[in-house]
Every structure is written in C-alpha cells, then in structure tokens.
Design a protein around this ligand. Sequence first.
Ligand code: 5GP
Length: 199
Amino acid sequence: MKEGRILIVSGPSGVGKGTVLKEVMKNHPNMRFSVSATTRAPRPGEIDGVHYRFLDKPCFEDLIARDALLEYAGYADNYYGTPAEPVLESIAKGESVILEIEVKGALQVMSRRKDAISIFIAPPSYAELRRRLYARGDTAPEVAEKRLKIAVEECSHAHEYQYIVVNDTVEQAVKEFEAILLAESCRSEYNPINLKEEL
Ligand code: 5GP
C-alpha cells in the first residue's frame, strides 16, 4: 500500500488556517489531523484527546525523555509537541496527516522527515491580518498587537517552507492547497509504476 504523507501547515494566528484546512479535509476523507500534546490549559469547549492531549509539565517532559515526540517547542510559556506514534501509524495505513504546528516545530519535522510536505499560510498583508485579528471580537487590542508582532517573526520564515499559500480569499487558498496536494500525489518518487510487470 502507498504510504500516506505528513503535511506540515503553519501560519500566524488569525490567518485562517483552520477555515482553509476544514474545507480541504472535506474533500480528503483519507486525511487526519494530528492531535498535539500541550501543557497549556484547555479553552472553553476544548476536549482532551480531540483538540489536544492536555498534559502537565512532568508528563510532557516524560514524552521528551522517551523520544516519543516527532517535534516539540516552547510557545507562549507552554510546551507543544506531536506524538510520533499515531502519525507513523496513520501514514503506514495510507492516511495523510496534517500537523498544524508553529515554525520551530515545523523546522524540526522538515529536517527529520524529508518526505514531509510543508505549507506556510500567509496573510495578504499585515493590515489585513490586523483587521482579521480585531474582527474576531474576543481579542483585546494589546493581545492582537502582540500576536501581530509574533506574526511578523513567523512570516519571516515563510520561505523555509516548500509552499506558500496566501489566504486572501478562502476559496482561492483552498484551490491552491488542493493543487499542491494533487501535484505532490503525482511526484515520481511516490509513484512506483511497474509497467514492465505487465509484459
Ligand atoms: P494554540 O494555543 O492557540 O492552540 O496554539 C498555539 C500555537 O501552537 C499555534 O501556532 C499552533 O499551530 C501551535 N501548535 C499546536 N500544536 C503544536 C505542536 O504539536 N507542535 C508545535 N511545535 N506547535 C504546535
């Protein structure tokens, strides 16, 4: 069976990663989201094992010590990491797995897994990103400005990814994302055709 692929997706807060990925997932029933481990507290509505595996610091550090994470990073005073086993199990079954992770972790996966596909979702402009962050309505101005500063740092790494999708309109971003997946599925190294066997 053909192995699934690991898809690394990063982009600043407010860029619309979630919306784009939700649309993409609708057309790809064989695609899974990796459930990350984190030491941050659950937000209202978040379910342990669905949105994240919520762990305390010693448990997270135990995962690090056991080399059970594909990558991990510190972000906003908490640990975030990708448990390796479920990802490897999924790709062995032919399912592709989306890792929606921040830049430091993304770079670790890129260097450990040369077959991973990396996509950075960028805003059309910082002015538009600011507008989107404020439009959420649940973010205080100082929090939005702090996220914007982090966004500038994150976007400075966009060219370390194989692909950049600018989320100007969701429709166009989804189209570009789908085009990347289609092209990747046609790459010669993932298509072991055996025409000779038919002769
Ligand atoms: P949030 O706390 O808002 O859910 O996530 C904060 C940041 O952590 C986001 O940029 C998100 O993509 C990133 N993140 C979520 N899970 C992981 C993970 O497993 N590893 C890394 N490196 N970053 C993650």
